[in-house]
Ligand binder design. Structure first.
Ligand code: ADP
Length: 236
């Protein structure tokens, strides 16, 4: 479904991603782990079309989206990709329902239709009684679940999450982890999650380990190209 091939990215003299390839299939949960500075967030942002590689390709269903211009890319992103960040990034002056409805309205859905879909998703995430609450009136776990509902509103093919439990206590971490696992079960939702939370890897199909801009475990790269190729061969 999503194929990153030979991605390179540098900032000045610093090589942040060094020939990274990764396949992301339907209904998968993939976690990306590794020390700070390994390039995890940069990889997530390039896969999520928020950033562009210096070289290499990002294919969505065989189409290289690195060739899209900015306008086409943002329309593509709004319809196909959801994001969850460490801090919920909900708009403080809007209710939970309005925050979730907003990306659907940007995608062209009517206000009424978007609000209805937002209410359904918030209900699905156990926030049916928080529709009119503003972020400041919600707990950390509730805010993050509202952010997940917002990421889901346009039925994206994939959700990229950068440290989604990084600012939560252990109870809320457990809650978000089981929410993500449940969404994969119920909706077949694909997730790619950068995390330092070791328990998050327990719900993953694959865990990609990164250091110094490279993937350390080639068996986690996925995709047909890599089947049966052992690690050392791939590194040659
Ligand atoms: P991780 O998510 O694994 O901690 P990042 O992808 O955030 O790693 O960053 C990898 C390296 O790239 C770090 O050394 C970071 O300082 C650097 N970096 C990231 N973004 C930028 C940027 N916009 N400008 C310069 N350096 C950056």
């Amino acid at each position: 479904m999503i194929e990153l091939k030979g991605i390179n990215k540098s900032y000045g003299n610093l090589r942040v991603l060094d020939n990274v390839s990764l396949s992301i299939g339907n209904n998968e949960i993939i976690t990306i782990v590794g020390p700070s500075g390994a390039g995890k967030t940069t990889l997530l942002q390039i896969a999520g079309t928020l950033d562009r590689p210096d070289s290499g390709s990002v294919f969505y269903d065989g189409e290289d989206i690195a060739r899209f211009n900015d306008r086409r890319l943002s329309a593509f992103r709004n319809r196909n990709i959801g994001f969850i960040f460490q801090f919920h990034q909900l708009l403080p002056e809007f209710t939970a329902q309005e925050n979730v409805a907003l990306p659907a309205m940007i995608a062209g859905e009517s206000g009424k239709g978007a609000q209805k879909r937002a209410a359904e998703l918030l209900g699905l995430l156990g926030l049916g009684d928080r529709l009119r609450h503003k972020p400041a009136q919600m707990s950390g776990g509730e805010r993050q679940r509202a952010a997940i509902a917002r990421a889901l509103v346009n039925s994206p093919r994939v959700i990229f999450a950068d440290e989604p439990t990084g600012s939560l206590d252990s109870r809320n971490r457990d809650e978000i982890r089981s929410t993500i696992a449940g969404l994969r079960e119920k909706l077949g939702q694909t997730f790619v999650i950068v995390t330092h939370d070791s328990s998050m890897t327990s719900i993953a199909d694959r865990t990609v380990r990164m250091a110094d801009g490279r993937i350390l475990n080639p068996d986690a790269i996925g995709g047909a190209d890599y089947e049966g190729i052992s690690g050392p061969d791939l590194l040659m």
